[in-house]
Design a binder for this molecule. Structure first.
Ligand code: MN
Ligand code: MN
Length: 466
């Protein structure tokens, strides 16, 4: 049951396509370091491919017909794309869904303080991180500050090579005797993740002169008062661009592969659909997956259901709760999220027969969850059977996987939330090494196979024939 290494199946022409896809993805990744930046790029990609804003279509009282392409943004942090198919939406959609938030360090609402001639920002980390990985490295600040007058200031500091960067200091090894014997989870504490922002006093300032200079810079460069931080979302992320990884350039090292690699593969797949697909195809890019899919932009919010209700009204001219329920229940979905790649350096964490391998293609996780599949969406065998056929018919390189050894831990995705509608859902994604580290690793072959898999899924998968 061993799966082929995808690279062995490529001719020269395919190799070139793999490389081109990797280049396009790296540009997306480098421009999308936050959920907002990814959402903005998704909207841009959609608009340039002829997608119309669903809100405009509603406002203008237009009707929607097969072949029409629509997008909708939820608070600029989640985005949905719909490509309307030939068959009535009531017969179900072919959905690919990923998340565009990634682990990071968020600046608190009252962040600034000065200690011993250094100005800091207090933070609260976001998502599951090994805190010790985030110190002693260059960080960039990305985000927005909403002012009382309704204007929103966008901030990106640390990406241009002429920009300064910021960061969190670590204790020197020479004095680390006590630190080095601590448990890894205690080496750096959450409250210890304070970001150094400035180190020079403002001339003439009496109280907290270093913080005073920091505030002066924020005022002069961005028009921001200290109080504006109360309504700001500033995220500290690893500074710098993604890189080709390995001497053979077969991999990509970068921040946020989880889950922007699947998000990007979905977007490319949407652009490869026929003018009128058989079933309505949908690309979902959700926020807040890393903290439990909560909040108004997380998958648990009803924006997707609401958008489908709007779409049904625009295509049928009728309002019907029953039709909406049928449309959702009759749908098929790939919950596109990264999986743990097998790492020979940590072989004891995996059960090798059921692990995902870098370079062996897109992977399908029948279940995720932890401690006895708890919290998992355990996909239906019949659905997996049809998927195997579609993937094999199109020579997609694919593999199955589970997230490490049974009793070691686990993880979740958005799969179980969409499954609540009664639709068929399975997790599908790209294997990643060093997941949730500031820089993660993927294989270019797996990105390429994910794009192909998501395309053929949306064009070819249909309902179970009883
Ligand atoms: Mn993920
Ligand atoms: Mn994750």
């Amino acid at each position: 049951m061993e799966r082929k290494n995808a690279w062995t199946t490529y001719d020269e022409n395919t190799m070139a396509q793999v490389e081109e896809a990797a280049k396009r993805y790296r540009a997306f990744l480098d421009q999308g370091k936050t959920e907002r930046e990814c959402a903005a790029q998704a909207v841009e990609i959609a608009e340039s491919a002829g997608y119309e804003n669903l809100e405009d279509v509603i406002r203008q009282g237009k009707t929607v017909k097969p072949g029409d392409k629509l997008y909708l943004s939820q608070m600029k942090k989640a985005v949905m794309l719909f490509h309307v198919g030939e068959k009535p939406i009531e017969q179900g959609m072919n959905i690919v869904g990923a998340h565009i938030d990634s682990p990071r360090i968020d600046v608190k609402q009252n962040p600034f303080y000065e200690d011993t001639d250094v100005a800091y920002a207090d933070t609260h980390y976001y998502g599951g991180i090994k805190k010790y990985q985030w110190v002693a490295r260059a960080l960039a600040l990305h985000g927005v500050a909403a002012k009382k007058d309704g204007s929103v200031v966008e901030i990106v500091i640390g990406e241009d090579e002429n920009d300064p960067v910021v960061g969190i200091s670590d204790l020197l090894i020479h004095l680390s005797q006590e630190q080095m014997v601590k448990k890894a989870s205690e080496v750096i504490t959450g409250e210890g993740l304070d970001i150094m922002l400035a180190g020079r006093p403002l001339e003439g300032a009496e109280k907290e002169p270093v913080k005073a200079l920091l505030l002066k810079i924020l005022q002069e460069k961005y028009g921001l008062e200290e109080e504006d931080m109360l309504s700001a979302e500033i995220e500290a992320v690893p500074a710098g661009r993604s890189r080709d990884y390995g001497l053979d350039r077969s991999m990509i090292l970068g921040y946020g592969h989880d889950d922007r690699v699947c998000a990007y593969a979905e977007l490319e797949a949407m652009l490869k659909l026929p003018a009128v697909p058989a079933y309505t195809c949908c690309c979902l890019l959700a926020d807040k997956e890393e903290i439990g899919s909560v909040g108004a932009t997380g998958m648990q919010a009803k924006y997707f259901e609401n958008a489908v209700a709007e779409l049904l009204y625009l295509t049928t001219g009728k309002e019907s709760d029953l039709t909406l329920r049928r449309a959702l229940a009759n749908s098929r979905m790939l919950s596109c999220d990264v999986s743990a790649g097998y790492d020979p350096l940590y072989a004891s964490a995996f059960e090798k027969k059921n692990a995902a391998f870098l370079g062996r293609g897109v992977c399908y996780n029948k279940f995720t969850g932890s401690r006895g599949k708890s919290g998992s969406n355990d996909a239906n065998a019949e659905f997996l059977g049809r998927l195997r056929k579609v993937m094999d018919d199109h020579q997609v390189n694919w593999q199955t996987a589970e997230l490490g050894k049974v009793d070691l831990g686990g993880g979740g995705t958005i799969a179980y939330i969409c499954a609540l509608y009664g639709m068929e859902v399975v997790d599908s994604g790209v294997p990643v090494l060093s997941m949730h580290a500031p820089q993660e690793i993927i294989s270019k072959a797996d990105l390429y196979e994910a794009i192909r898999a998501y395309t053929v899924f949306m064009t070819d998968i249909g309902p179970q024939k009883d």
